[in-house]
Design a protein around this ligand. Structure first.
Ligand code: C2E
Ligand code: MG
Ligand code: MG
Length: 700
């Protein structure tokens, strides 16, 4: 019993003698143990009780025409908040039962009690009441906690072999009262067939004592017929011998979390535009496929590398969303013709890869490639336009003896590159010579980079002649990579490498500055007439990479060359590849005062359309027409109409590649203004060109 404070007791007793008796008994344990208050009649007693100042109530059963039980009933709607002990004159079983139902703690018969037994009864009553209060609180807390976690609760009695599922458990799975079973099997029956064995195993491990508690994520059938992901946790209660008696646990719905997790994993391995596997997943599948190959050498797999031809043109000329739709449509079409075991992936941009898994012969891979090409080539409707694209496909096969996934992809990529180089719209099967070509190309790029860095590239000049007067009209600056430690590489070859590698930027600046410097020097020394121009070739990359206008301005300024003496040559494809950007840059250049010339005219596929919007003043007829104009009347007819068209549009014409006097004569007759070619002079180094100018007043 608490000794720190005395126990406040309210005695409700209408008999004064009994009060005296009880008071004397309560004095026996000693002073300060009990603090007794006495109420003699019903209503004041009720009043005192309602003030709730007491730790215990001693209530006489007989209270005039009422009873102690009436008092308990009137005082509290629910269980008394403090222990109540009823005192009665004679033992009455009925009263005893009623009292206990009302939450009375004890029932004592007067005359049978003495001081020690009363003290003991009070002590037990207080203790008992405290335990009950604690229990109720803990139960309430537990109930609140369970509600707050939203978990369902289950309790499996292993001895009775029965299982209890809480209402929340049933509600979580959508069953409600419809789920009436008390068997554990009813639960397992709902668990996903792929998950049930693991769930049972983990429960058994826990029961056998190997795991301190069990926790398992699994799918379970919801009443709506779908699957839900749930987390089930449980803990075993054991008897004195450590044998499991019951296992109790919770169930929480983790579907949202699992779905989010799966989404994350999916997103990490798939391309967001087409939903296809991405490079990472593709590599994984390919790795598995090659592992299979290690175990079973008869197994084979093929790899197709697919790249859409001129995809950039679609993107730039239509719109990016049109480009996206095209890619989605291609993914759909190609996916539809593949077998279920094959993997179609988007590796990035307009590049797709297909893994043909299983015993596939090289000829079969070619077959698939042909079908892929033809499905891609089917026209596609965009709003009101129709669009046709083609693809370049490279094929590689594990039979080529490669071991790593990266190598196999690289081989297919090389073969695709070869298909592109041959004009696109075709399939090529990888072979070792292709690889050699790529290696050569890479080495060429490295050597070119060094040549540019060490300023070993030179500028040659070729005259452009006024066909009527034979006077020097201008000169074209042409890049040369002179024979030194290696053979001279033709310009056509290294310019292409420079364009692809980005080296065209520094290379172009080098030639531009040499050209401006040379002409400026000749003008100042009177080597050439003041109106003679120098033409410099410009690639699309130099325009799109930015900085061209600044480089031109700086070169003119640094070498004191008037802008009108500089001509920039661009090709037709430059005009169509990125029309908006190109025309903006050309406008800036024209504003600077330099001239623009259209090179290699007639070789592009949209020449006439392009000509209409061309902002420059001169076009150069490609030398392929000039080369055949004497033998083939068609060539001459083409040249005639090009010249006619150009003149109609106010453009002047330069004929390239004039090698023979007949060609020169024929072109002059067709009223072509200027000519260039070996007939006049080959491209020459600056000094030789100067010597040539000195020896003959007019090179014609
Ligand atoms: P292009 O601009 O059409 O240059 C004319 C090409 O025709 C030059 O080839 C020239 O040597 C060649 N040629 C001139 N007259 C005749 C002839 O009578 N018969 C034959 N068969 N060929 C003749 P080259 O110097 O090999 O240049 C090839 C192409 O490389 C150039 O064609 C041009 O597109 C590009 N290129 C050359 N230098 C540069 C440069 O500095 N920058 C850029 N971006 N491209 C350049
Ligand atoms: Mg040119
Ligand atoms: Mg040309």
């Amino acid at each position: 019993m608490r000794r720190s404070e005395s126990l406040r007791i309210l005695l409700v007793e209408d008999d004064e003698d009994d009060f005296v008796l009880t008071r004397s008994m309560l004095q026996v344990p000693g002073d300060g143990w009990f603090q007794l208050e006495w109420e003699q009649s019903y209503l004041p007693a009720l009043q005192a009780i309602r003030e709730a100042r007491h730790d215990l109530y001693l209530v006489d059963y007989r209270l005039g025409d009422r009873t102690g039980l009436d008092l308990v009933r009137d005082a509290w709607d629910t269980e008394p908040p403090a222990p109540v002990i009823v005192l009665t004159g004679q033992d009455d079983y009925e009263v005893d039962v009623q009292a206990s139902e009302l939450g009375v703690t004890d029932y004592l018969v007067k005359g049978t009690i003495d001081a020690p037994s009363l003290e003991r009864t009070i002590r037990y009553a207080v203790r008992h009441h405290q335990v009950m209060v604690d229990l109720r609180r803990s139960e309430e807390r537990y109930a609140v906690a369970v509600q707050a976690t939203n978990d369902g609760i289950w309790d499996w009695d292993l001895v009775e072999e029965s299982m209890h599922f809480s209402d929340r458990w049933k509600a979580l799975l959508g069953y409600g009262d419809a789920f009436a079973s008390d068997r554990a099997d009813a639960w397992f029956d709902l668990v996903h067939p792929d998950d049930v064995a693991r769930l049972r195993r983990e429960i058994n491990q826990h029961l056998s004592g190997t795991s301190p508690q069990f926790e398992n994520e699994h799918r379970i059938r919801h009443a709506d017929g779908g699957w839900r992901w749930v987390l089930t946790r449980g803990l075993t209660t054991r008897d004195g011998d450590g044998r499991p008696r019951r296992i109790t646990g919770s169930l929480s719905d983790i579907t949202d979390r699992r779905v989010a997790q799966e989404r994350l994993i999916h997103d990490a391995l798939h391309d967001s535009l087409t939903g296809l596997p991405n490079r990472a997943l593709f590599l994984d599948r390919l790795t598995q496929c090659l592992r299979h190959l290690e175990r079973d050498p008869s197994y084979a797999c093929g790899l197709l590398y697919v790249d859409i031809d001129r995809f950039k043109l679609v993107n730039d000329s239509l719109s990016h969303s049109a480009g996206d739709r095209l890619l989605i449509e291609i993914a759909r079409r190609v996916g539809a013709i593949l077998r279920p075991g094959d993997t179609l992936a988007r590796l990035g941009g307009d590049e797709f890869a297909i893994l043909l898994d299983g015993a596939i012969a090289p000829a079969d891979a070619l077959d698939v490639a042909a079908r892929v090409a033809s499905t891609i080539a089917q026209p596609l409707r965009f709003d009101r336009r129709e669009l046709s694209v083609s693809a370049s496909i490279g094929i590689a096969h594990n039979l080529d003896g490669c071991v790593s996934p990266e190598e196999l992809i690289r081989n297919a990529d090389i073969a695709m590159y070869d298909a592109k180089a041959r004009g696109g719209g075709r399939c090529e099967v990888f072979d070792a010579s292709m690889h050699q070509r790529v290696v050569d190309r890479v080495s060429l790029e490295t050597r070119l980079r060094h040549a540019i860095e060490q300023q070993r590239l030179r500028t040659f000049f070729q005259p452009i002649i006024d066909l009527r007067s034979g006077a020097l009209h201008g000169l074209e600056a042409l890049a040369r990579w002179p024979a030194g430690d290696e053979d001279e590489v033709p310009a056509g070859e290294f310019i292409e490498v420079a364009e692809e590698s980005g080296l065209i930027g520094p290379l172009g600046v080098l030639i531009l500055r040499n050209a401006c410097e040379t002409l400026s020097d000749w003008r100042q020394r009177g080597v050439v007439a003041p109106e003679v121009t120098v033409s410099v070739n410009v690639s699309i990359r130099q325009i799109t990479d930015g900085g061209l206008v600044d480089h031109v301005r700086a070169a003119l300024h640094d070498h004191e060359l008037p802008p009108a003496n500089l001509v920039l040559e661009i090709t037709e494809s430059t005009l169509i590849e990125n029309p908006e950007l190109v025309s903006a840059v050309l406008d800036e250049l024209l504003t600077l005062g330099v001239a623009i010339q259209l090179d290699d005219f007639g070789t592009g596929y949209s020449s006439l359309t392009v000509l209409h919007d061309f902002p420059g003043d001169t076009l150069k007829i490609d030398r392929s027409f000039v080369a055949t104009m004497i033998e083939r009347p068609e060539s001459q007819a083409i040249i005639r109409s090009i010249i006619g068209l150009a003149h109609n549009l106010g453009l002047r014409v330069i004929a390239e590649g004039i090698e023979h006097p007949e060609q020169r004569a024929a072109l002059t007759a067709l009223r072509c203004e200027y000519g260039q070619g070996y007939h006049f002079a080959r491209p020459l180094p600056r000094e030789e060109f100067e010597d040539l100018l000195a020896t003959c007043e007019s090179p014609a």
